[in-house]
Design a protein around this ligand. Structure first.
Ligand SMILES: *Cc1c(COP(=O)(O)O)cnc(C)c1O
Length: 384
C-alpha cells in the first residue's frame, strides 16, 4: 500500500549517513571505538552511569533480567498492554510474569496501585513500559520497588528523550533499555541500549552480550591478545560500529525531533478536543517531558474500530493498534486474568501517524480523514 500518510517513517540526513559510511571505510565494522563513543554519549545524554549497546531492545531486556538475577521461581509484575519483549524477557530467564492493569481508560501505563495489589512473597521484580514515551506512574512504582527491594527494569523502547522531574527515562530503575528499531523515535533499523547505575550489572550484561567473554574483541585487537576464556553461558547480542555511528549522529537531533513530535501531538489534541467520538490518551503533566513516540487515542464504544481503520486506510492514512493484549491470547495468555482498564483500552485504542518529518498537509489530512470517517460512523449510529 502506498500510504499518503504512513504511521512512521525513519529519516537520515546526508551527514548522518556519512558518519555510518565513515565507520565502514575505517575497516573496523565490529563493535569498537564508535560503539564505545555511543555508550558514552548515551550516558551523557540520559545521565546514566553505564551504557551497554546491544543488538536490540529485546536482547537488552533479556540481559537486564539475567544480569539483575531474576530467574526461575521469581514472579515479575508486567503490563499486558505492551510488546511481547517486555514479558518474554522475564519468561526467557524462567521467571513467571504476573500481569497488572493500566492506570485508567485513557492512561495506558502501569498503575502503581495495581502493581502494589499484585505483590506477593514470590515477587522479585517489576518491568514497566513507558507507553508512547509517557512516564506515567514511574515515581510511585520506583517507591514501591525501593520499599520491597525489588528489581525494577524499565522498557524504555518508546522513551528516548523522555524525562520526569529532571531525570531521564531508563535511569529510575535497576536498568533501562532503549530501542533503535525502525518504528521508534530513535529508529535506525535494529539495535538497543541498556543503561544502569550499577557497574557490576553493566559488566555482566556486556559480557553476556559477547558470549560470556570477559574482555571485548576491540580491546583484544588493540592488545594483540588472542586468548580468551569463557566465563559464562552468553549470547551474541552485540551491536556494531557503523550503526553505532549512525545512532550517535542521530542522537544530536533527538530533542529537536521530539519537539516537532510534541507540536504534532498538540495539533491533534486541539483538533480532537471537542470531538465526542475520539479522545486522546492523557497528556504528560507539568514536570514531565514525553518523547511523543506514539499518538494514541480511544474511540467511543459506538465506533467499530476495524471499520474505522479500514475506512481511514482507504483514504491513504495508516493507523495501528498498540497493542493486542498479551494476557488475552498467544504465548503469554493467562485467560483467567482480568484487567478491566487494559481490556477496555485494548478494544478501543487506535494509533495515528506521528513522525517529525510529517508535512503540515499530512497532519491536516489525518485530522480531516479521522473526522470525516467518524462523521459517517455517527450518521450510521443515528440512522440505526
Ligand atoms: C519495539 C519494542 C520493543 C522491542 O524493541 P526491539 O529493539 O525491536 O527489540 C520492546 N518493547 C516495546 C514496548 C517496544 O515497542
Amino acid at each position: 500500500m502506498n500510504w499518503r500518510v504512513p504511521l512512521c517513517r525513519p529519516s537520515f540526513s546526508e551527514a548522518e549517513l556519512e558518519a555510518m559510511l565513515e565507520a565502514y571505510r575505517s575497516g573496523w565494522v565490529s563493535p569498537g571505538p564508535e560503539t564505545a563513543r555511543l555508550e558514552e554519549a548515551f550516558c551523557e545524554y540520559t545521565g546514566a552511569g553505564h551504557g551497554v549497546a546491544v543488538s536490540s531492545c529485546s536482547a537488552g531486556l533479556h540481559l537486564a533480567c539475567l544480569a539483575s538475577g531474576l530467574g526461575p521461581g521469581d514472579q515479575v509484575i508486567v503490563p499486558s498492554l505492551t510488546f511481547t519483549s517486555t514479558v518474554s524477557a522475564a519468561v526467557h530467564v524462567g521467571a513467571t510474569p504476573r500481569f497488572a492493569d493500566i492506570a485508567g481508560p485513557t492512561e495506558p501505563w502501569l498503575s502503581a496501585e495495581a502493581v502494589a495489589a499484585a505483590l506477593d512473597e514470590r515477587t522479585r521484580g517489576i518491568i514497566t513500559m513507558h507507553y508512547g514515551g509517557h512516564l506515567g506512574e514511574t515515581i510511585e512504582i520506583v517507591e514501591l520497588a525501593r520499599k520491597r527491594d525489588l528489581v525494577l527494569i524499565e522498557d524504555a523502547a518508546h522513551a528516548a528523550g523522555s524525562w520526569l522531574q529532571g531525570r531521564h527515562a531508563g535511569t529510575f530503575g535497576t536498568a533501562g533499555v532503549f530501542s533503535f528499531s525502525a518504528s521508534k523515535n530513535l529508529g535506525i533499523g535494529e539495535g538497543g541500549m541498556l543503561v544502569t547505575a550499577n557497574s557490576e550489572l553493566a559488566a555482566r550484561a556486556g559480557s553476556l552480550s559477547w558470549h560470556g567473554l570477559g574482555s571485548q574483541i576491540w580491546q583484544r585487537h588493540q592488545q594483540a591478545a588472542p586468548v580468551y576464556e569463557l566465563g559464562a553461558l552468553g549470547f551474541n547480542y552485540r551491536f556494531d560500529d557503523p550503526r553505532a555511528a549512525l545512532v550517535h549522529s542521530r542522537l544530536q537531533r533527538l530533542d529537536a525531533d521530539n519537539r516537532r513530535r510534541a507540536a504534532i501531538d498538540s495539533y491533534y489534541r486541539e483538533a480532537f478536543a471537542e470531538h465526542e467520538l475520539i479522545e486522546p490518551t492523557a497528556a504528560p503533566p507539568a514536570g514531565e517531558r514525553s518523547s511523543y513516540c506514539l499518538f494514541t487515542a480511544v474511540l467511543d464504544p459506538r465506533v467499530d474500530r476495524d471499520r474505522f481503520r479500514q475506512a481511514v486506510a482507504e483514504r491513504g492514512v495508516q493507523t495501528s493498534v498498540h497493542y493486542p493484549l498479551l494476557h488475552r491470547s498467544g504465548v503469554h495468555a493467562q485467560p483467567t486474568v482480568r484487567l478491566p482498564h487494559t481490556e477496555e483500552y485494548g478494544r478501543r485504542c487506535v494509533t495515528l501517524p506521528l513522525y517529525p518529518q510529517m508535512e503540515q498537509w499530512q497532519v491536516e489530512l489525518v485530522v480531516e480523514t479521522v473526522c470525516a470517517v467518524l462523521a459517517q460512523t455517527t450518521g450510521a449510529a443515528a440512522a440505526a
